[in-house]
Write a protein that binds this ligand. Structure first.
Ligand code: DP6
Length: 330
């Protein structure tokens, strides 16, 4: 049976996808822009099986293969179903996957996991697809951020594209940065992004955010073009705080911050007073991603690690995007 393995990275958004026009088809209310990471990635093998067999999903642990937890299994099988439908394929699949980052590290794994699944499945079926088509397929998993993880460097998922595909803006070499992630909460978050998107539109600030975003997106594109960390960072922090303002004012509210989240914000501001070009952003969780130039990474990581409540710091950087792997997990 034919099989294929893919290594696909996570990404960190500087302009966030938050709120959907159509949550079932993962059509966002607004465009988002992200940086693809290098080391935090999913390694996924898909084996094509005869039609009619049940799909099987495994986690590849050091101790061997183990059936995936139910919720993850159902979501992965749902995505395989979308892939079968989109490609008119009749096959079944066996899948094994593992993440380079510990699963309880507090790093989101759906963007890397679902982009890896879409890419490995189509490759195992022997159907060559463009990255644009793969971006659309990854998005159909329900994890919108997965649409951005099929490319390296800096990526925009525009709300204007008819097919809902993300597009690459700049490759990693154009503007490489470090992402030092201060982990203040390592378990799974209580409220999923999916639920966050659902509640967001009830925030009285949501419409205003949509009015502000076109200008903010343009500022980010310009900052990336100019390789200007300060211009990027200012907008990125404003954006991250606003995402959480929307979450906190949703109905019912979604409150992700922990005391250590704020302590990290203050540390980043103190670092800037000292002359570091470090700026923060956050996903839907309590952890804080701090972007800075590579030459400042070790100092910034040490300082973040000293903040009370920070469990560990994961240091990653801009990456080149997914790649095939010769190592099959099945
Ligand atoms: C706050 O619906 O893509 O990270 O599947 O959990 O990754 P996951 O969520 P998704 O929403 C992402 C929400 C976000 C912002 C972003 O990455 O754009």
């Amino acid at each position: 049976m034919s099989k294929a393995s893919i290594l696909a990275p996570a990404n960190i958004a500087v302009i966030k996808y938050w709120g959907a026009r159509d949550l079932d088809r993962t059509i966002p209310c607004n465009s988002s822009i992200s940086m693809t990471l290098k080391e935090c990635r999913s390694h996924t093998t898909v084996e094509v099986r005869p039609a009619g067999e049940a799909d099987q999903i495994f986690l590849a642990l050091d101790s061997g293969l183990e059936p995936a937890p139910l919720a993850f299994r159902d979501r992965a099988i749902g995505h395989l179903q979308q892939i079968r439908q989109a490609m008119g394929a009749k096959a079944s699949f066996r899948v094994a996957t593992r993440n380079s980052f510990p699963s309880a590290s507090g790093m989101a794994s759906s963007a890397s996991g679902f982009s890896a699944l879409a890419m490995a499945a189509t490759q195992a079926l022997g159907t060559p697809m463009s990255l644009r088509e793969l971006s659309v397929l990854a998005r159909l998993s329900g994890s919108g951020s997965a649409s951005r993880s099929v490319y390296g460097g800096w990526v925009e998922w525009s709300a204007e594209e008819k097919d809902g595909a993300a597009i690459p803006l700049y490759d990693a070499a154009h503007f490489p940065l470090v992402d030092a992630v201060a982990i203040v909460e390592s378990g799974a978050k209580e409220i999923s992004s999916l639920e966050g998107h659902r509640r967001a539109i009830a925030s009285p600030h949501f419409e205003r955010r949509l009015e502000l975003l076109p200008h903010r997106l343009q500022q980010v594109r310009q900052a990336l073009d100019d390789r200007d960390i300060h211009a990027l960072g200012r907008v990125m922090e404003e954006e991250a705080i606003e995402l959480h303002l929307i979450a906190m004012s949703s109905k019912p509210p979604v409150f992700y911050w922990q005391p250590a989240t704020i302590a990290v914000h203050r540390t980043v501001w103190a670092l800037r007073e000292e002359g570091f070009a470090a700026y923060f952003t956050m996903d839907a969780g309590a952890n804080v991603h701090v972007l800075c130039p590579p030459e400042e990474a070790s100092d910034v990581a040490i300082r973040l690690g000293q903040v009370e409540g920070v469990e560990k710091v994961i240091v990653d950087r801009t990456g080149d995007g997914p790649m095939p792997s010769a190592e099959h997990l099945l």
